[in-house]
Design a protein around this ligand. Structure first.
Ligand SMILES: Nc1nc2c(c(=O)[nH]1)N[C@H]1C(S)=C(S)[C@@H](COP(=O)(O)OP(=O)(O)OC[C@H]3O[C@@H](n4cnc5c(=O)[nH]c(N)nc54)[C@H](O)[C@@H]3O)O[C@H]1N2
Ligand SMILES: Nc1nc2c(c(=O)[nH]1)N[C@H]1C(S)=C(S)[C@@H](COP(=O)(O)OP(=O)(O)OC[C@H]3O[C@@H](n4cnc5c(=O)[nH]c(N)nc54)[C@H](O)[C@@H]3O)O[C@H]1N2
Ligand code: SF4
Ligand SMILES: [Mo]
Length: 717
């Protein structure tokens, strides 16, 4: 058989690089970068080649399984879907709608089956839905909701045109960019410097991104809020601000910043006053400048405040919604469409109910996952007794993994949609495995919302779909159909039909009616799926264009720089200092922060041998002074202890981390839990850092997990 070349994207991270996949029937011969992809221009990272490892992995489930006394028993699809749905209905009948919770993980965002997942949630009903969002970008949703009136409208750094990039808490050289789809981000950042611009990285660790930047600012973990207030203080005090008419509340922000001169901000930020002044002046006087923050500053007690101040900094220097600043993509499909409609009806899309025990607000129908373990273990009305996990591994990826592990044991019914028996799905009664990504055909519907250029791309399947195999959307719709039933009124029957539409149909309709579609642009210029499918390397829909005020959904059609809830929270910053003092008194003298590795992807790529070769990557990185004062040596196994637990990992001494900080990556330690199906992963060393991250340590405004503010101490093991 001849070798054929299929062009599609890698969907492992947000870069969605274009690939050339050489296949011979069902066999994948080689995977390489697609030089003709207009976004990635041939760039790929080592993980792309591992897509074939996922496809051929003997540990991957090919058929549904149910838990039996001595392990797992394979089932037919219909039987498995019936069983899974029957269990959920039982739980719902006994405990009401709130008794069934869902958790959607990160890969859910990387495929168009997400559209069907949303429908499943609606069919389940209730108020106990969570996702990886509340370990990740929840503060950014809330910030967008308050400032722009639209929780799905993200300002994206226009890195290809900017003169000055201020990065806070992101490491795009390793993560390949996040809430910024910019394949080859590492090169794009270097290009800024090459064309005479400046890149400054604010991070407690001198990261791979910091190493190739113009400057590194080693902030104290959690000190970003003070740093930004200090910068804003200087900008307003020196009259460097240039607030557009489009914004309201600049005076209130200026009044807040007035209390934070660089001398006051400096010790709390852990950055010298002179550096704060320099940053302010450079940023405000650059031809164009953009501040960009990601998980390092989301996963903080002050996560929402920091993202608010990042947006404020961009806005008051005239850099919001202009080339080289922070801009808003115009996706072919507006996932916030229903939100826009609801918004017109006066609905905000957040705060409509509160999580039973934490009291934290819902956002976009979700409550913080950090509260899930308690919702399962605490009796009372609304207690969670059943769960659907879709494309997630919360035992490894959410704070307090051990508590969640124990809580899952106590559920009456659990369904996992995952291709592996993971630390999470091992608790399920039924596991429903989708085919692997190379067997799917789809269009990425999420990342055009955050892309540095407007774009659309069709991804054909690279290999034939396994016989009898199902894609995620087929599994999700199978459950929705079985759960939506009961006595159907005509209205419910109609909405059920709409719910179980295939993603292909939904995208078709959305494309036609969207900004690039035939309904708006006419039959010749307008895009259709046929045209999209014919463009093998994707379609470039151009650079980002200014979109304000049109894209705003605030009541007055202006950008709100001073939402009351943020001003209130900012008044409480002393509590941060008090907390640090309590931590120190209790003997927790270090702050734990996270780290990512280029050859790893959260918790689930460790069964690939090619990605896991070489040194143990799950180490505790510590500054030489902190190692010295504790008489700890390089490579020695150390105990990292938090208020809720301890883990043992080898020590890596490095000048790159700021004193007082210890950096440990997440997603490792598969061998510490019995019965997982990814055997190679389980044979690797490491521990799960989320066994010691504390669900009580969270962003004050949203409840997002504050993985980077966990107080710890370190001892020789
Ligand atoms: N300490 C600490 N913890 C963190 C973070 C951190 O920085 N520090 N980061 C957080 C962030 S940003 C995120 S996004 C979360 C991620 O958290 P999760 O999404 O909960 O975890 P993942 O490790 O991504 O697990 C994904 C699961 O989905 C399965 N899967 C993969 N592809 C598919 C698919 O196509 N279909 C289906 N059905 N299943 C699939 C995998 O087998 C795996 O079990 O972790 C968070 N946890
Ligand atoms: N190779 C690889 N790529 C990935 C992933 C992966 O696991 N591996 N995960 C994907 C996912 S789900 C996401 S969300 C993105 C995340 O993409 P990024 O946001 O770029 O994620 P990180 O690489 O974790 O970078 C966060 C940085 O914040 C720093 N930091 C920690 N605490 C603080 C603080 O208090 N202040 C400041 N200023 N910085 C702090 C950390 O040292 C770290 O360098 O990456 C995606 N890409
Ligand atoms: S950066 Fe790597 S993992 Fe991310 S999409 Fe590109 S090839 Fe895939
Ligand atoms: Mo994430």
């Amino acid at each position: 058989m001849p070798v054929e070349t299929v062009h599609r994207q890698c969907n492992l991270c947000e870069a969605h690089c274009g690939l050339r996949i050489h296949v011979d029937g069902a066999e994948v011969k080689r995977i390489e970068g697609d030089p003709d992809d207009h976004m990635s221009r041939g760039y790929i990272c080592p993980k792309a080649a591992a897509l074939v490892d996922l496809y051929t992995d003997p540990d991957r489930l090919r058929r549904p399984v149910r838990k039996v006394a001595d392990g797992w028993e394979e089932m037919d699809w219909d039987e498995a879907l019936d069983l899974a749905a029957a269990g959920l209905r039982r739980v719902r009948e006994a405990g009401g709608e709130d008794a069934v919770a869902t958790y959607f993980g990160n890969p859910a965002a990387h495929g168009w089956s997400l559209l069907s997942a949303t429908s499943l949630r609606e069919a389940i009903g209730g108020r106990n839905h969570s996702s990886a969002t509340s370990t990740d970008q929840l503060p950014q949703h809330r910030t967008s909701a308050e400032m722009f009136g639209n929780l799905g409208l993200f300002p994206i750094p226009d890195i290809d045109r900017t003169d000055y990039l201020l990065v806070l808490g992101a490491n795009p050289s390793v993560s390949n960019g996040s809430l910024m789809t910019a394949p080859g981000a590492r090169h794009r950042l270097r290009d800024i410097v090459k064309r005479g611009g400046t890149v400054v990285v604010v991070d407690p660790r001198r990261t791979e991104t910091a190493a190739s930047a113009s400057r590194h600012v080693a902030v104290r973990p959690g000190g970003d809020v003070h740093l930004l207030l200090g910068i804003l203080n200087v900008i307003f005090a020196e009259g460097l601000d240039e607030v557009p008419d489009l914004c309201t509340g600049a005076d209130q922000v200026a009044a807040l910043a007035a209390d934070w001169n660089p001398e006051r901000a400096a010790p709390l930020a852990g950055v010298e006053a002179a550096e704060i002044e320099r940053l302010a002046r450079e940023f405000a006087t650059a031809d164009s400048a953009v501040a960009y923050g990601r998980v390092g500053v989301c996963q903080q007690r002050t996560g929402t405040l920091v993202h608010w101040l990042i947006n404020v900094l961009n806005a008051v220097t005239g850099n919001l919604d202009r080339p080289g600043g922070a801009m808003f993509p115009e996706p072919f499909l507006d996932l916030t469409l229903t939100l826009r409609l609801a918004r017109r009806g006066g609905e905000r899309g957040h705060g409509r109910w509160h999580q039973r025990l934490s009291g934290l607000p819902e956002l976009n129908g979700e409550v913080p996952v950090a509260g899930l373990a308690k919702e399962i273990t605490t009796p009372g009305e609304g207690q969670v007794r059943g769960l659907v996990v879709y494309a997630g591994n919360p035992v490894m990826s959410t704070p307090g993994g051990r508590q969640l592990d124990a809580a899952f044991e106590r559920l009456d019914w659990m369904v996992s949609i995952d291709a592996y028996v993971t630390e999470t799905s091992r608790h399920a009664d039924v596991i429903l495995p989708p085919v692997s990504v190379l067997e799917r055909g789809e269009v990425d519907v999420v990342f055009p919302l955050v892309s540095v250029r407007n774009t659309i791309r069709w991804n054909p399947p690279a290999v034939p779909k396994q016989e009898g195999g199902k894609e995620d959307w087929e599994i999700l719709n199978g459950l929705t159909r079985r759960l939506g039933g009961g006595v159907l009124t005509r209205r419910r029957a109609f909405s059920l039909a709409a719910r179980v539409a295939s993603p292909a149909r939904i995208v078709d309709a959305a494309l036609a009616s969207g900004p690039y579609g035939v309904l708006r642009r006419g039959p010749f210029k307008g895009l259709t799926m046929r045209k999209v499918k014919a463009a093998k390397h994707g379609i470039d829909l151009g650079p980002l264009e200014p979109r304000l005020p049109g894209a705003l959904l605030t009541a007055d059609d202006r950008v709100a720089l001073a939402p009351a809830v943020f001003l209130e929270a900012a008044a409480d910053l002393d509590e941060q200092v008090a907390q640090a003092e309590r931590d120190a008194e209790d003997g927790f003298d270090l702050t734990l922060i996270g780290r990512r590795n280029l050859r790893s992807n959260n918790s689930w790529m460790h069964n690939s041998r090619r990605l896991t070769k070489g040194a143990d990557r799950c180490t505790a990185m510590l500054h030489p002074d902190d190692a010295g004062s504790r008489a700890l040596e390089e490579g020695a196994v150390v105990r990292v202890i938090s208020r809720i637990g301890e883990i043992e990992v080898p020590l890596e001494i490095s000048e790159d981390v700021r004193p007082g900080v210890v950096s440990v990556p997440h997603g490792y330690g598969h061998g510490r839990r019995e019965g997982v199906g990814w055997k190679h992963a389980a044979s690797l060393p490491g521990a799960s850092v989320n066994d010691i991250t504390d669900p009580a340590v969270r962003d004050a405004v949203t409840g997002n997990a504050a993985f980077n503010n966990v107080a710890v101490r370190i001892e020789a093991a």
